[in-house]
Design a protein around this ligand. Structure first.
Ligand SMILES: NC(=O)c1ccc[n+]([C@@H]2O[C@H](COP(=O)([O-])OP(=O)(O)OC[C@H]3O[C@@H](n4cnc5c(N)ncnc54)[C@H](OP(=O)(O)O)[C@@H]3O)[C@@H](O)[C@H]2O)c1
Length: 264
């Protein structure tokens, strides 16, 4: 005889998305494409200017939030705890999408969980959702099974990851994405001060990223700091007018020379 859970999961998973920002919009698009998911409703505190072409059950009234199998809170990290307290539901599965907020910050009147898509999202830029790792966590086994099923419906890369692991993962993601992107920005500013174009650096940018797909970053580091090429480093520092950028250059150079110093 089939267990209750098997029978339960043979039906579509009912989902409500709470928040229609960068992540909320991408989740909605991915859920609408799946025939295993029934997107019951989308809530946002304000009415968005742009909607997907598919008609959506949408509300800006928190008291109208419908019951579903999973309620996904996709709002800024600092507002998750207070917002989860306002959700007019009890003993429902409420999950957030944050890399850094512990699952336990969600209000305890509902069952807590996490549905963290490990990717950078910008509202109007499409992503290949099937390739995005989805990190899930839940308080109990049954909820974990529902989250795994939901994640598997939209992604080929689903991981069970606890809050502590997710915190480290998010820290690593900040270095790999946010910090590296800021370095791109500095690089663009530097090149824009000449008659040259940032496009000239793009093959280098792509090769740097693709090299670490098959290698450890530690093994493929190059540049004046790795070689401890002091004259070149001095010339670069003299060229850098912006004090903040000089500090960044010095800090990263120091970190690289400390890493490879013994090998020189
Ligand atoms: N963006 C990413 O790359 C990314 C990746 C992975 C995970 N995450 C996580 O996903 C979550 C959402 O991030 P996001 O980038 O989608 O944020 P976002 O684009 O800034 O969107 C925030 C959404 O939350 C709503 N909102 C803001 N403050 C609120 C409040 N106090 N109460 C209720 N709703 C509120 C906004 O409504 P209005 O439209 O009315 O302003 C907006 O729809 C965060 O926890 C973030 O850490 C983000």
């Amino acid at each position: 005889m089939k267990s209750l859970w098997v029978v339960y999961f043979s039906s579509m998973i009912k989902v409500v998305v709470l928040g229609f920002g960068n992540v909320g919009k991408h989740l909605v698009d991915a859920f609408l494409e799946s025939d295993e998911i029934d997107l019951v409703q989308v809530y946002n505190r304000s009415r968005p200017k742009q909607f997907s072409t598919t008609p959506l059950e949408f509300t800006t009234d928190i008291s109208e939030i419908k019951k579903a199998d999973i309620h996904i809170v996709a709002i800024p990290d600092d507002d998750i705890a207070s917002f989860s307290e306002e959700i007019p539901l009890e003993n429902s599965l409420v999950v957030h999408t944050s890399g850094s907020v512990p699952m336990q910050e969600l209000n305890t009147k509902n069952r807590q969980g996490v549905f963290y898509p490990l990717q950078t999202f910008t509202a109007n830029r499409s992503v290949e959702f099937k390739e995005i790792p989805i990190c899930v966590e839940a308080q109990n086994k049954e909820d974990l099974i529902v989250l795994l099923k939901l994640a598997s419906a939209v992604s080929n890369n689903v991981q069970e990851i606890n809050s502590e692991e997710r915190r480290s993962l998010h820290l690593a993601a900040v270095f790999i994405n946010n910090f590296v992107n800021h370095l791109y920005h500095i690089s663009e500013e530097i090149v824009n001060q000449t008659n040259l174009n940032f496009n000239l650096l793009k093959p280098l940018l792509l090769e740097t990223a693709s090299k670490v797909i098959n290698n450890s970053p530690k093994d493929v580091q190059t540049g004046p700091a790795k070689r401890n090429d002091q004259e070149t480093i001095k010339k670069h520092l003299a060229l850098l007018e912006n004090k903040k950028y000089r500090k960044i250059y010095k800090a990263i150079t120091k970190s690289i020379t400390a890493t490879y110093g013994k090998e020189l």
